[in-house]
Ligand binder design. Structure first.
Ligand SMILES: Cc1ncc(COP(=O)(O)O)c(C=O)c1O
Length: 414
């Protein structure tokens, strides 16, 4: 049983507690997963017949169950014909989209652009800090990564425009427009309009990962500008590929994902995806559609998630305010949604903080993970994921992080 940590807790005493705490990955907690237990308990009631009588136990419907595409349309604000309902992971769709582009090219101009891999070395813009698994995809597929600084309202757009303007080898950019992983940024209308309008290679794509579209931590349901409308208005209707999933609505990795895009991009996807699958798991899609029903039901479910998550984010902020407020060079964000807190240490202290935390039984995301190639040039950023552990554990872990950081700062002073 964990107790509230004493005010005079020191790094040594924290170490003596011999805890085993993991604050490294943004996973839903067991209590959050329980919110969707009906998906398992009432699976039989969902049956296997779709609205039109289609037998979901069988092969078919490579673009997904129509009602699963319609739910995506309602939630993503795109016509159902422009939504694919796919397998369990949006990350997988991003990986495949990049692979298809490398191997086959993407629609461009009147026809198809050349395969990206046939165009020499290609590059992606990577707002940093960003999502480590995006960067892992680039690394695995041999796509050069160019880091772009993240601001509170999106990427440094002057830099993005300057880079893209003169370099046709830049074929794409990772974007997490709402509650960015891991900085919590909400991208401004201006940033999105500029992304939509900037001159870039004709086969340039925004990989628009709307992973946290439904994941508000406050009463205010923030939303970002409609990227498809912005792109169409700027004459680049095919620039954005949107990805989203229900992984953090129902079951992490046990739900289904969507790809939404302009019609030609959807046709492109359908053509290439048909080679690698006969169709997704429509039984799971059917269960989800019957469980989630519509935007109102999903919103109600997400407020139950918020009730579980918000106290954990508040606890981290409270501990940091007590221990770290006023420490020179230290700051952190208070996200309005998503799954992460970014803690900034004085330059050169992040790696050591992670080491000290590990020596005290506290697993943190490796320092640098949120940067392309795992290198944070300032060695300053720490990604904190408070969702999974219990509230007591989160509070203790936040103490451990703060104490490890203070110790790392002390060591540098000596
Ligand atoms: C930005 C972002 N995109 C995608 C994912 C993974 O989504 P999925 O479970 O749909 O693959 C995550 C998970 O943490 C994420 O943070």
């Amino acid at each position: 049983m964990l107790m509230s940590p004493p005010v005079d807790l020191t790094y040594e005493r924290f170490q003596q507690l011999q805890l085993r705490l993991d604050m490294s990955r943004g996973k839903p907690s067991p209590e959050q997963l329980d919110l969707s237990q009906a998906l398992i308990d009432e699976a039989g009631q969902a049956g296997y017949l779709a609205r039109d009588g289609f037998d979901c136990r069988n092969y078919g419907l490579p673009s997904g169950l129509p009602e699963a595409r319609e739910l995506g349309a309602e939630l993503l604000g795109v016509p159902a014909a422009q939504v694919i309902a796919a397998g369990n992971s949006s990350l997988e769709l991003m990986h495949d989209a990049l692979t298809f582009a490398l191997l086959h090219g993407v629609p461009a101009g009147e026809g198809a652009g050349a395969p990206w891999r046939a165009q020499g070395e290609i590059a992606f813009l990577c707002p940093a800090p960003g999502y480590d698994r995006h960067f892992a995809i680039c690394e695995a597929l041999g796509v050069r990564m160019i880091a772009v600084p993240m601001r509170e309202d999106g990427p440094d757009m002057d830099r993005v425009e300057a880079l893209v303007r003169d370099d046709p080898s830049i074929k794409g950019m990772w974007c997490v427009p709402l509650y960015s992983n891991p900085t919590g940024a909400i991208w401004s209308d201006d940033a999105i309009r500029r992304l939509a309008a900037m001159p870039a290679a004709p086969d340039f794509r925004l990989f628009w990962d709307d992973a946290y579209r439904f994941h508000h931590l406050t009463e205010e349901a923030h939303a970002t500008l409609d990227v498809f409308e912005a792109c169409a208005a700027a004459g680049h209707a095919e620039r954005a590929l949107m990805f989203a999933s229900l992984s953090k609505v129902t079951f992490g990795g046990g739900a289904f994902a969507w790809l939404a895009a302009a019609q030609r991009n959807v046709a492109w996807w359908q053509k290439h995806a048909a080679v690698r699958t006969i169709g997704p798991d429509k039984l799971n899609q059917l269960r989800h559609v019957r469980f989630l029903r519509d935007r109102a039901t999903l919103t109600a479910l997400m407020s139950c998630h918020r009730a579980l998550l918000k106290p954990k984010f508040d606890a981290v902020d409270e501990v940091f305010r007590t221990r770290l407020a006023g420490v020179p060079g230290v700051s952190w964000n208070v996200p309005r949604g998503g799954y992460f807190i970014s803690l900034y240490a004085p330059e050169g202290c992040a790696r050591r903080t992670v080491e000290l935390a590990a020596q005290a039984g506290l697993i943190l995301t490796p320092a640098g993970a949120a940067y392309p190639y795992g290198v944070d040039p300032q060695d300053s950023h720490l990604r904190i994921a408070p969702s999974f552990p219990s509230l007591d554990e989160v509070r203790l872990a936040a103490e451990g992080i703060a104490l490890s950081l203070l110790r790392a700062i002390d060591e540098r002073r000596q």
